[in-house]
Design a protein around this ligand. Structure first.
Ligand SMILES: Nc1ncnc2c1ncn2[C@@H]1O[C@H](COP(=O)(O)OP(=O)(O)OP(=O)(O)O)[C@@H](O)[C@H]1O
Length: 287
């Protein structure tokens, strides 16, 4: 267990109209795990269960090898969290936030915090209520990165940021996992960002994990075939993950595009992006 920063076993959470269903997930040390899924798929619920912000119905969660509830205080000291909303009281200034955090986190580093405030051009004495949405997110990143966290958990944290700051944040995350004790769990709708930085992609759909794969395996192996009805009919159905019927053609998602290309030499096969793979699973006909 020591090599994994997070281990989730058979996690379920039942709400009245929604259930997270028997999730199993491992995040090794030294990696960025991207969590994708449609609105309402259960990404925030998963993250809230990990952080014990909401109680799980059943299952086990270990962070740094320890039960996430038994060792909650110690664990939270080493986790940096950024959500898509302001965590801090509006009347605080960044300086006051720093003072408050220095009392909460045992490894608080003022110099790192002040450097991030500078890098993100955040005025240290302005009230947060007068910050833009992007400034609030940048403040949350400054805090998350200033207490020697080993595990960063980001829930839709970058979606309110402009492409330039987003790019800076992606660089910071890549840099963060250069320390092989560190890992990042990042949920995002911006799949192109995850395509740039994630080592693994976990796809959650209607409360269940569809897959949790190495990103390079996804990109190297999945493919999309465009073909007419007659070609579609000769495909071995077992080779089709999902398909979508368009006006004059079928689009087929396959898992092993290289062997399919050899077998059906007339078929046109393109690599699939993460967004396309997700769309096929959510909107296509599944085999
Ligand atoms: N406290 C709650 N009580 C009842 N249902 C809830 C509660 N919190 C979340 N849900 C439901 O759980 C489902 C999953 O929500 P969740 O916020 O985890 O999805 P998500 O994948 O993070 O979506 P998004 O991308 O829109 O943020 C939704 O149907 C939501 O209505």
């Amino acid at each position: 267990m020591g090599d994994n920063i997070l281990e989730i076993k058979n996690l379920s959470k039942n709400f009245k109209d929604f259930s997270l269903n028997n999730l199993n997930l491992i995040i090794p040390r030294g990696v960025i795990m991207g969590l994708i899924g449609e609105n309402g798929a259960g990404k925030s619920t998963t993250i809230n269960c990990i952080l014990n912000e909401i109680g799980k119905s059943t299952g086990e969660i270990y962070i740094f090898g320890k039960d996430h509830i038994v060792a909650e205080t110690k664990i939270k000291d080493k986790i940096g969290v950024v959500f898509d909303e302001n965590h801090f009281p509006d009347i605080f200034t960044p300086k006051e936030v720093g003072k408050c955090m220095s009392g909460i986190f045992s490894n608080w580093e003022w110099s790192t915090y002040n450097n991030y405030l500078k890098q993100f051009e955040l005025p240290e004495n302005k009230n947060i209520k007068d910050f833009s949405k992007g400034m609030k997110v940048k403040l949350a990143f400054s805090v998350a990165l200033s207490h020697r966290a080993e595990f960063l958990i980001l829930d839709e944290a970058t979606s309110g940021l402009d492409p330039i700051i987003r790019d800076d944040i992606l660089d910071i995350l890549i840099d963060f996992v250069q320390n092989e004790n560190h890992s990042v769990l990042v949920s995002s709708h911006i799949t192109s960002d995850l395509e740039k930085i994630a080592d693994y992609i976990t796809f959650l759909h209607k409360g269940k994990i569809v897959f949790s794969y190495l990103k390079d395996d996804l990109i190297d192996n999945y493919g999309i075939i465009s073909c007419g009805a007659s070609t579609f009919d000769i495909f071995d159905q077992a080779e089709i993950v999902a398909y979508r019927k368009e006006d004059y053609q079928y689009k087929i998602l396959v898992k092993d595009r290289k062997s399919i290309a050899q077998k059906y030499s007339n078929a046109i096969i393109e690599p699939a992006t993460i967004e396309e793979i997700m769309l096929f699973y959510v909107k296509g006909e599944l085999q």
